[in-house]
Write a protein that binds this ligand. Structure first.
Ligand SMILES: [Zn+2]
Length: 287
């Protein structure tokens, strides 16, 4: 699963390491743009940092930027090692890559929306997250960026399924099943999961239903991830409920009916694809 970032509240949170990273990433981008205009490739640009007056600063920023990406790569690697202990290397690599594809879906839409966000960070056995640093303009915008993860994840999983079909590989089939499963799990309409953030644009009462559903599921199938989701979700739901009443501008919560229908339809279609995919790739185990 993938714990999503804390919600975008009215007050600006104190700067965090991720925020610094994200600022640095933006600076690096403009620096690279300039280098691009000068017709310099990466190698030449690296050399140019020595020449430029602000070379030292650029070099420092570049270092921090690389570190941010190193953190993504490093936490990804940690996760691979973690999953490999239980499921073997190939499955672990494929699984973490599928989570990465899911996260990239969030990143692309957030970039498109011009919302500052951290690079994807992996938490072994919990998934990954992209920390949103900027402000999203509406619940509809938040829902779109939340839904982008599972949509990208499902597209990636369908590619794995196609490879599984043509190769007949049980490993790829198992991977496809897991891909559908994690994306469906993230669509569960409880905060802080993606589904909970989509629900905010549909109807906030869904949060309560999601919490109750998660609690029932926890009683039936106790597991630590669900406990984590419920604790985070309880706090998160309470905070948002209060936020709504404390009156953020109504524009933030206003969702045109057509947008609401589109979000709802995309949500249901993605969830249905996951369910169908799981059914399709399910291999009964006989021990
Ligand atoms: Zn997600």
């Amino acid at each position: 699963m993938e714990p999503s970032p804390p919600p975008q509240t009215v007050t600006q949170p104190p700067p965090t390491v991720s925020q610094v990273e994200s600022q640095v990433m933006q600076k690096k981008k403009t620096w690279r743009d300039r280098a691009g205009k000068a017709g310099a490739g990466v190698a030449v640009a690296a050399g140019a940092t020595k020449v430029a007056g602000a070379g030292k600063l650029v070099g420092l920023l570049k270092g921090v930027w690389l570190f941010a990406h190193f953190k993504t790569a490093f936490t990804m690697l940690l996760s691979v090692v973690g999953y490999a202990i239980f499921y073997g290397w190939w499955f672990a690599i494929g699984f973490v890559l599928l989570i990465f594809v899911h996260e990239i879906g969030h990143v692309i839409v957030l970039r498109f929306q011009g919302v500052k966000a951290s690079a994807p960070m992996f938490v072994p056995f919990l998934g990954a997250f992209v920390k949103i640093e900027g402000e999203q303009r509406s619940v509809a915008q938040e829902a779109a960026s939340a839904l982008a993860g599972p949509i990208a994840g499902v597209v990636g999983t369908i590619a794995v399924l196609a490879a599984a079909q043509s190769s007949g590989s049980p490993l790829l089939t198992a991977l496809a099943y897991s891909g559908f499963l994690i994306n469906l799990f993230n669509l569960f309409p409880v905060l802080p999961l993606d589904g909970g953030r989509v629900a905010g644009a549909l109807h906030p009462a869904i949060w309560i239903a999601g919490l109750v559903g998660a609690a029932v599921f926890l009683i039936l199938r106790p597991n630590p991830i669900l406990i984590f989701v419920l604790i985070m979700g309880g706090i998160e739901t309470y905070r948002r409920w209060k936020d709504r009443k404390a009156g953020r501008t109504s524009a933030f919560f206003d969702v045109p009916a057509s947008t609401r229908w589109a979000i709802g339809a995309a949500y249901l279609a993605t969830a249905a694809l996951c369910l169908y995919g799981m059914e399709y790739t399910y291999v009964p185990h006989h021990w």
